[in-house]
Design a protein around this ligand. Structure first.
Ligand SMILES: Nc1nc2c(ncn2[C@@H]2O[C@H](COP(=O)(O)OP(=O)(O)O)[C@@H](O)[C@H]2O)c(=O)[nH]1
Ligand SMILES: [Mg+2]
Length: 693
């Protein structure tokens, strides 16, 4: 059954935002599914988040179905407020300001007060007078019948067995009876329907005669269910009998239309429904009534009001204790309150507001993530004043109401709203104050309440619009900075590819470099050994002065060759890595090419810096060896005797070697410092390890 408001055409500005949002969402989708998206998974993930935000907020605004749910413990006054808003009085005019609760209840169309608590939620919508019932799942109704039958059978036939009473207030009537105990009793509102449907009503429940005091009706002397049960020695036979009496399959009626005085007709119909009196009624899962107006308007329409199934009454059972998590077993309420178009009116009693709903507020705020990002924008607090204001130590009623509102506002602010979504700015007491109203419906409280609710619907709508605008802005920012972000993603990918490809080469060549440094003259010695003795002799005899094949030329070419052998693999690997990356289509644009070129260049410079440092070290150390280490020369000395002993010869070789280093790597010394700085800044640690190694 659909009783939703038709979609309301949004104003021009909103329409523009919504069409922008649609385009952006499509663009984001395209972006994250485009070719090469695997290369920037972080960006794609961000795009996905932005798309989800856009789509979900858009969807909310595409289907505006505002409604106002009244949530409170039983007897706080939900139904009374709704009855007053929608003007549901038997004689149209509200009762006089000095009416007692009893008079009020007798004139209200909605069942109020003790005995008027309903077994399901009641929705009030604008339209032609009508009552509709949404039926409960048959299995659920059957389970309720069975529980009732078992309870009544035990009460009649097994009175000595300890009853499981008082049952926990959260009990919804579908638990297994504990072993050894009497099955738990159903909640009174539900038992009332079950009895009605089974044709075994308790005589006192049909007339709600008790006032707001919350006192229970006097128990009936003869319980017909109990009497009937006495005739059934077998429990299962009694259960079957109750099921037979209830005739669940025959109960198919879902609609009631007015006859005679519509207002009286509606009141009677509702009372009969909640007492299970109609022969053809199912067990109601929810009741929808249509009346001329709900009293709250938005966009030229009436906003439906929902009277939710009350939370367990407070103080009636175990000395005023309230469950810490009132929504724990109320999936129905959680879903209703989660809906982004539900304005939540939390009801509080006048005595000590926001009690008894403090825990409810706390739980809602604790679970703000579950209830969605606009929870606080949809929540208001109504303090129900049943005519008590001004009776205490206050100058007048107005002062006392104000004081109660302040108290609730402080309480709301102290909950730390808005919660859960990374908000920095919490409500001030003033912010919270605009969401609290103390209402006495008999003393002109109706209009201010309507105003409060209208504002709440507007606040809720603008919150949704603001959130969509925010998502649009985020998506626009994303695309604005996408060029940079993509370039950065490319850079990160390139850097890590180079690092990955170079590090094995670094490890290997580092080993070679160490070996070389520990035995600098080995290449030279190898070179000498490769020469024919007569050639070697001529090299030495020329005393290092000839143009070719003299000793220092050999030393230098051997060192150069060794250095190249160590360094070439670095350079090759830098080239290979560049080529490999460039073969990937993702890098085949200006950005990609320049990022790779930059990184290759940076790596090449790292290698060169290493080279310079290494050469400097080699020269210094080789020079020492050449000058001081007699062993190097002693073989030559022994063999040829001449010239080698001349100290000037060694000096010339050493000097020449130094000059070689300068030629090989110009401006060696200043570069050395720069290379060291570079090493410190090198993120890969390659140069550092090269130097320190
Ligand atoms: N005298 C008086 N009684 C009120 C007023 N508002 C609510 N009540 C009584 O408080 C009780 C609230 O019950 P009800 O609205 O059924 O609470 P619900 O269980 O939350 O729906 C009823 O008996 C009302 O008559 C008021 O302004 N004046
Ligand atoms: Mg009620």
């Amino acid at each position: 059954m659909q009783f939703l408001l038709p979609s309301v055409a949004p104003p021009v500005v909103l329409r523009r935002i919504m069409s922008t949002a649609k385009k952006l969402a499509a663009k984001l989708r395209e972006f994250r599914t485009e070719q090469g998206a695997e290369h920037f998974s972080e960006l794609a993930q961000r795009a996905q988040q932005l798309e989800t935000a856009l789509l979900s907020r858009q969807e909310i605004l595409d289907n505006p179905e505002p409604r106002i749910a009244f949530v409170a413990h039983k007897g706080v006054g939900k139904s009374t407020l709704i009855n007053a808003l929608a003007g549901l009085w038997l004689d149209e005019a509200p009762p006089p300001a000095d009416a007692t609760s009893r008079q009020l209840n007798q004139r209200a169309i909605l069942p109020l007060g003790n005995g008027g608590t309903t077994p399901c939620e009641i929705r009030v919508e604008a339209g032609h007078w009508e009552v509709r019932v949404e039926r409960e799942e048959v299995d659920q109704s059957r389970a309720r019948l069975r529980q009732f039958a078992e309870w009544a059978w035990h009460k009649a036939n097994d009175p000595k067995r300890q009853p499981v009473e008082p049952h926990p207030p959260s009990d919804q009537g579908n638990e297994e009876p504990p072993a050894g105990g009497r099955p738990p009793r159903l909640q009174p509102d539900i038992e009332r329907v079950v009895r009605g449907i089974a044709g075994l009503p308790e005589h006192s429940v049909s007339s709600p005669t008790t006032g707001a005091s919350g006192k229970k009706a006097v128990p009936p002397k003869h319980d017909r269910a109990e009497e009937l049960a006495k005739g059934f020695p077998e429990k299962s036979a009694f259960v079957a009998e109750i099921e037979k009496l209830a005739r669940l399959p025959e109960r198919q009626r879902l609609q009631w239309l007015p006859t005679g005085d519509v207002r009286r007709w509606l009141r009677e119909t509702l009372l009969n429904l909640i007492e299970g009196k109609f022969e053809d009624q199912p067990f109601p899962a929810s009741i929808t009534i249509r009346v001329p107006s709900t009293g709250v308007r938005w966009n030229d329409r009436d906003v439906p009001l929902i009277d939710t199934l009350g939370l367990p009454a407070v103080g009636s059972g175990d000395s005023g204790s309230r469950p810490l998590h009132p929504l724990a077993e109320r999936e129905d309420l959680r879903l209703l309150l989660k809906s982004p178009w539900t304005v939540i009116v939390v009801g509080a009693q006048f005595n000590e507001p926001p009690a008894p709903s403090v825990e409810l507020l706390q739980q809602m705020m604790d679970e703000a993530i579950f209830f969605g990002e606009t929870l606080e924008d949809r929540t208001v607090l109504a303090i129900v004043d049943p005519g008590k204001a001004g009776a205490g130590n206050f100058a007048d009623a107005e002062t006392e109401r104000n004081q109660k509102e302040d108290r609730c506002a402080e309480n709301l602010a102290s909950l730390g709203c808005p919660r859960g979504l990374g908000h920095v700015n919490r409500w001030s007491v003033d912010d919270a104050r605009s969401r609290v109203r103390c209402v006495n419906i008999l003393e002109g409280g109706c209009e201010p309440l309507q105003e409060l609710l209208q504002k709440a619907v507007e606040r809720m709508t603008s919150a949704h619009e603001a959130r969509l605008s925010l998502a649009v802005k985020d998506a626009e920012d994303f695309f604005r900075s996408l060029g940079d972000a993509k370039r950065q993603a490319k850079r990160r990918a390139v850097v890590s590819a180079f690092k990955q490809h170079l590090s094995p080469v670094v490890q290997k060549q580092l080993g070679k470099a160490r070996v070389f440094r520990s035995n600098l003259l080995k290449p030279f010695a190898d070179e000498c050994r490769a020469l024919h003795p007569s050639t070697l002799r001529s090299v030495i005899v020329n005393r290092g002065q000839g143009r070719s094949q003299n000793a220092w030329a050999m030393l230098e070419s051997a060192t150069t060759r060794e250095l190249n052998r160590i360094l070439a693999p670095f350079t090759d690997q830098v080239d290979n890595t560049s080529k490999a990356l460039l073969s990937d289509p993702w890098y085949q644009d200006d950005d990609g090419r320049s990022v790779i070129a930059e990184e290759a260049d940076r790596r090449q410079r790292t290698v060169e810096a290493f080279l310079r440092i290494h050469v400097a070290a080699i020269v210094e150390s080789a020079r020492d060896h050449l000058l001081k280490d007699g062993n190097i020369w002693s073989a030559c000395d022994n063999e040829w005797g001449r010239g080698i002993k001349d100290p000037g010869y060694k000096e010339r070789v050493a000097k020449h070697f130094e000059q070689w280093a300068v030629d090989w790597s110009p401006a060696l010394l200043p570069e050395l410092n720069a290379a060291e700085d570079e090493a410190k800044a090198d993120d890969s640690g390659m140069l550092r390890s090269l130097i320190e190694g």
